[in-house]
Design a protein around this ligand. Structure first.
Ligand code: PMP
Length: 365
């Protein structure tokens, strides 16, 4: 699945994924890092997030199995918004009716985007336990049972969720690295937040299999493959149980849960370590990345980068990597600020930024 955008795309579906890997040079320099910090900027995907690939893959596989029939099936999905946007976008192109259940805390921008794409949206209480009837998952199940042709593709258990990242996202990262001018084109560490866990599970499995293949090839060729085993770091908000701790409220969207989804493989060797982050750290980092790197990332990207810095500053393995010039640290930046423009944490930090000198300068014209 390596691309790229030659000629004319038959539809928007061909603009899913194919996102750039961007060097975060200024951020790395500010932090005193010797390693290379690379952000995979998922806001460049057609629907604006890391979830577009899984939406396309889940729909196309269900169509191939005959479980999803154009003109008959109704796609229903509980989501924190981005999977919904991916499904709604594909439904718009393919002509499916699409219904999204969305916890109250998710942004109005996501709801507006979903509705603009023609999806119907039902809000559910954020505090409802995942297995209660009122949760976004519970309401989606009720709708599926009530609506003829209703089908939940179910990103929490659908194998095509991690597989989309195994076959597509990982191959894109590899393509970006191998076609780069970096001396070392291998991944030393991979960092991602976990919601369903599809991203980190799929990427980690692909990375492990790829490293094993490289070792085998080197052995067969009688060479010594000195590459160190890559470290996989998962980032989880305080208030989620995925990386340990108690259930509690937090604002960052798309990562963390009060249950372990089936597609998440949370233990070693899949995930080496978990880093907890809080809202303040995540949102401060969003402003910093936008301001220093010009990348318009969303809240969970801030969390992923704040978690990366903690790992590189505090973890014994991370500390070593931070000082290695040939270590490439790949961080997944799952969506863009488009989804959060009206959120107070963004407006406050942007509109109330330190006053500029402009009024003073104008007074002297
Ligand atoms: N960040 C955002 C903004 C998301 O919408 C999601 C998807 N829930 C994630 C991170 C985490 O992705 P995954 O579900 O693959 O763990």
């Amino acid at each position: 699945m390596t691309n790229h955008w030659h000629g004319i795309l038959p539809s928007a579906l061909s603009a899913v994924g194919q996102t750039p890997l961007v060097a975060l040079t200024r951020l790395a320099q500010q932090e005193g890092l010797q390693c290379t910090l690379l952000g995979k900027a998922e806001c460049f995907s057609v629907g604006g997030s890391v979830k577009d690939r899984i939406a396309r893959r889940m729909i196309e596989r269900a169509e191939a199995d005959g479980r999803l029939v154009p003109g008959e099936s109704v796609i229903i999905e509980p989501t924190s918004g981005n999977t919904g946007i991916g499904l709604a976008l594909i439904s718009a192109v393919k002509g499916y009716r699409c219904i999204i259940t969305l916890p109250d805390k998710m942004s109005r921008e996501k709801e507006a985007t979903l509705r603009a794409l023609g999806a119907e949206v039902i809000r559910t209480p954020t505090a409802a336990a995942w297995d209660s009837e009122e949760s976004h998952i519970g309401v989606a199940k009720k709708l599926r049972d009530a609506i003829p042709g209703g089908i939940i593709l179910d990103q929490y258990s659908n194998e095509n969720n991690p597989l989309a990242h195994y076959y597509e996202t990982y191959e894109e990262i590899k393509h970006s690295l191998t076609t780069s001018d970096l001396a070392n084109k291998r991944i030393a560490a991979l960092v991602a937040g976990a919601g369903t866990g599809g991203t980190i599970t799929g990427l980690s499995r692909a990375l492990r299999d790829d490293q094993e293949r490289q070792h085998r090839d080197a052995q067969e060729d009688g060479e010594v493959d000195g590459t160190q085993r890559a470290v996989v770091v998962a980032v989880d908000p305080v208030g989620s149980i995925l990386g340990g701790g108690e259930v509690g409220p937090y604002q960052v969207e798309g990562i963390g849960y009060d249950f372990v989804p089936k597609v998440l493989d949370p233990e070693k060797p899949n995930i080496d370590c978990w880093v907890k982050t809080n809202d303040d750290e995540a949102f401060a980092m969003v402003h910093r990345v936008i301001r220093t790197e010009g990348l318009l990332v969303g809240g969970s990207s801030g969390a992923a980068l704040a978690g990366t810095m903690k790992f590189l500053r505090e973890d014994p393995v991370g500390k070593k990597l931070a000082q290695q010039k040939d270590a490439n640290i790949v961080v997944i930046l799952p969506d863009g600020i488009r989804n959060y423009i009206s959120k107070e944490w963004f407006l406050d930090g942007s509109l109330h930024a330190p006053p500029s000198n402009l009024a003073h300068e104008i007074a002297h014209i």
